[in-house]
Design a protein around this ligand. Sequence first.
Ligand SMILES: Cc1ncc(COP(=O)(O)O)c(C=O)c1O
Length: 377
Amino acid sequence: MWSNEPMATTEGFRPPPYPYDRLVELREIAQHHDGGCVDLSVGTPSDAPPDFVVAAMATSGSERSYPFSIGSAAYRDAAAGWMQRRLGVSVDPGQIAACIGTKEVVAGVPHWLRLRTPSRDTVLYPEVSYPSYEMGATLAGCRAVPVPLDAHWRLDLAAIDPADVERALCLWVNTPGNPAGGLDDVTAAATWGRAHAVPVFSDECYVEFTWDGPRRTILESGTDGVVAVHSLSKRSNLAGLRAGFYAGDADLVDYLSEVRKHAGFMVPGPVQAAAIAAWGDDDHVEAQAARYRARLERGRAILTALGVDAPFPGGAFYLWPEAPAGDAWAFARRLATEAGLLVSPGEFYGPAAATHVRLAMVAPMDRLDLVAARVGA
Ligand SMILES: Cc1ncc(COP(=O)(O)O)c(C=O)c1O
């Protein structure tokens, strides 16, 4: 007889609690403050995307037919043009394909690579990082092997165990990094990958919020064996649109786009039209970068008033202070209680991050002013 109950003998995959769902109690505490909870736990944009982008979506006339899974020629040209302008690299649009935001690529790549190379089963990823690198490996039934970071939150490539290299399907790099804002040496990562015949995927979705030095992409040293992954979610405040692309090694991009086509992954036509408009404009991104810089400074001042030092990050829009006594949950609770602020405890980004907390400086300045007033900053 059919039953909702799992069979006692089944030991299949059970998704772990989604990290941010674990903040319900702290949110309630923060909510008691006059003016409510100021939520800096999730890196979701709160600022408006450009009007012309939304208008392009409404008037594309592309609703009727199926969109190309790899994106229209205009979409890939817009991505290539953006990389040329903003990152100084020239990439053939034939080596670029659309994706439905980058999370689906981050979470999906291990599965697709494993299908192609069943003899390998390991995904290498930064030990303090966005959780989807590890989850992508788990969802593919692969081993997720964290790569240690140095004191500047950069990958320590020399620390990768040769036995793991032999089994590796790919190495993930994330620069500028979430949560710590570290800036990796992308050339070193590409060289490492080529030397070991391990594809390197570089998640560069914060690249236009690089604060320390020039913007860097893994494609600077050529496309062989490397793939850069980009998104409109952060640069253009379009996380709700779901549009990005991956670009690089001709064989990898071709394989991934073929397999994704079979699986039915498509960026909707109206979204593609909006994305073309967004990739074509940089002024709104400069304005957004200025907002994030100001908020990062404001956040640091708030933390200073609480006796906590937060370094200005090398890139991205997160503050990543060490919690007093290294107790991230206690500090998160204190911030909720004293400041009405909701932040993420570091363990969301790996066990090695358990001493820190992450503040996503996405809330508008008037919300940060409210927090500042609560703590006397
Ligand atoms: C490092 C990193 N990669 C990927 C993503 C996913 O972004 P998207 O909206 O493009 O799926 C995020 C979102 O926070 C992120 O921080």
